[in-house]
Ligand binder design. Structure first.
Ligand code: HEC
Length: 128
């Protein structure tokens, strides 16, 4: 019996084991990080909006008040680009981002309740 033989007798293999453990731990950290980033990207406002059923009548009112001046009463385009079939080009999260972000002046940033956003989205879906 040589109790110390595994630890001291073969330093090469224990170093390999430690290296393997470090690699596994590093991979676990990377996977955890990717998972956390994925979680963080689901914006709670987008999530809340997508969970709601919109009514296109109210959405149409919001559109005529806030958007039609630039995009046309039927979304045919004026100062802003036409929005006909926009929902076949942009998914709902991208539409929400476009509406709230204010990243593309002169289009302003619009802040509204998730219910109003859901209504507006359902109106945008009807533009053909
Ligand atoms: C002051 C004028 C203006 C107003 C008001 C406005 N927009 Fe815009 N919008 C623009 C312009 C200009 C662009 C193009 C921005 C760019 O891509 O550079 C645009 C782009 C968009 C796009 C992206 C279109 C695409 O094909 O990529 C969407 C969707 C949109 N607007 C929706 C809306 C909605 C919904 C409202 C009302 C809540 C609104 N806009 C109000 C001017 C406006």
């Amino acid at each position: 019996m040589e109790p110390s033989s595994t630890a001291a007798g073969s330093p090469g293999s224990s170093r390999t084991l430690i290296a393997a453990l470090v690699v596994v731990a590093a991979m676990a950290c990377v996977i955890l990080l990717i998972w956390m980033i994925g979680k963080a990207q689901i914006d709670p406002y987008v999530q809340a909006t997508l969970n709601l059923q919109g009514t296109s009548e109210h959405g149409g009112q919001l559109f005529r008040m806030n958007c039609a001046g630039c995009h046309g009463i039927a979304g045919q385009g004026l100062l802003g680009p036409k929005l006909t079939d926009v929902s076949s080009r942009l998914g709902d999260p991208a539409l929400i981002h476009q509406i709230v972000s204010g990243e593309t002046p002169p289009m302003p940033s619009f802040q509204m309740e998730p219910q109003s956003m859901a209504d507006l989205l359902s109106h945008l879906h009807t533009l053909h």
